[in-house]
Design a binder for this molecule. Structure first.
Ligand code: GUN
Length: 292
């Protein structure tokens, strides 16, 4: 049976290290990192995410601001708020919760954020910095995936990694991060031919397609590390249930290690957002980033 990769425990440890880093920045440099989160509209899942982000930001000792705007906010008003936050010296990280209402151009909003405050790592400048090997703020979920993979595999040099999914939020940036870790990276997706045989070559599988239980145990190379990014709500036995993109029951019999859903990658995302906020604050202030 595969070893379970406990993302909840790893994220708790990371948050404790972040809290220690924040305390030392306050003491040694009078610097309190601050994160501003912007939510437009009433999407229930987004409200929960944003509330959790604010709670955890405060828990590690950072400043937190929540800007809740009505669903009919104009694009111009949202861009004006982003510009105000860009110019606010107490704000080191800015996150505009996605999705935004349809009348707003999300790319325009994300690219208006000062790249140095772009703690989501979604700005084209950060995407470009990552893909050219320059210091970048990197998207949170991909950062969390690589931390968990390294926690079980150690150095990733030469590892055959298969990423399933090519989204801008997970698939593409996680592939770039793995390349930077010297993996041999294959990006597969919904149009890939013979996906099972591609996945069978992988020492490391990152599943980020958004299809419930698509990856089966007989696709997995014995002993491989499986990182499941999917969070899919399904009905089973008349009850609602969260499942990943991997069929956990069959995959855990073959894999060497595997993340559960929930409790795997999910808890890492906010921890990595806090991590990015500390990094952003240090870079803006010209202070060395403490170990975290
Ligand atoms: N919506 C769901 N996940 C995310 C995320 O990581 N960042 C932002 N900005 N919006 C999201």
């Amino acid at each position: 049976m595969a070893k379970l990769i406990d993302g909840k425990a790893y994220a708790e440890g990371l948050r404790a290290r972040i809290a220690a880093a924040v305390a030392s920045l306050k003491k040694d440099h009078g610097l309190t990192p601050g994160l501003a989160v912007v939510l437009v509209g009433e999407d229930p899942a987004s409200k929960v995410y944003v509330a959790n982000k604010a709670k955890q930001t405060v828990e590690v000792g950072m400043n937190s601001w929540e800007h809740k705007l009505p669903a009919d906010t104009s694009e111009a008003d949202l861009l004006a708020l982003v510009t105000k936050l860009n110019n606010d010296p107490a704000v080191h990280g800015i996150l505009v919760q996605m999705p935004v209402p349809k009348h707003i151009d999300s790319a325009k909003v994300l690219n208006t954020i000062n790249p140095d405050k772009d703690v989501d790592g979604f700005h084209v400048v950060n995407v470009g910095r990552l893909s050219t090997g320059q210091d970048a703020l990197v998207a949170c979920t991909p950062t969390g995936c690589v931390m968990l993979a390294k926690s079980v595999l150690g150095k990733l040099d030469g590892v055959n990694a298969v990423v399933i999914g090519r989204s801008n939020i997970v698939g593409k940036p996680v592939a770039q991060l793995l390349l930077a870790e010297n993996c041999t990276v294959t990006i597969a997706h919904s149009k890939s031919k013979d996906l099972p045989s591609i996945v069978r070559n992988a020492d490391l599988v990152i599943a980020a397609v958004g299809r419930p239980e698509m990856v089966k145990g007989d696709w997995i190379k014995p002993g491989a590390c499986v990182i499941d990014v999917g969070i899919n709500r399904i009905e089973r036995d008349g009850k609602g249930k969260l499942v990943g993109d991997c069929d956990f029951a069959s995959c855990e019999k073959v894999a060497g290690s595997i993340t559960p859903v929930p409790g795997g990658v999910g808890p890492m995302t906010i921890a990595c957002l806090l991590y990015n906020t500390v990094r952003a604050a240090c870079a803006i202030k010209g202070v060395k980033t403490p170990e975290m």
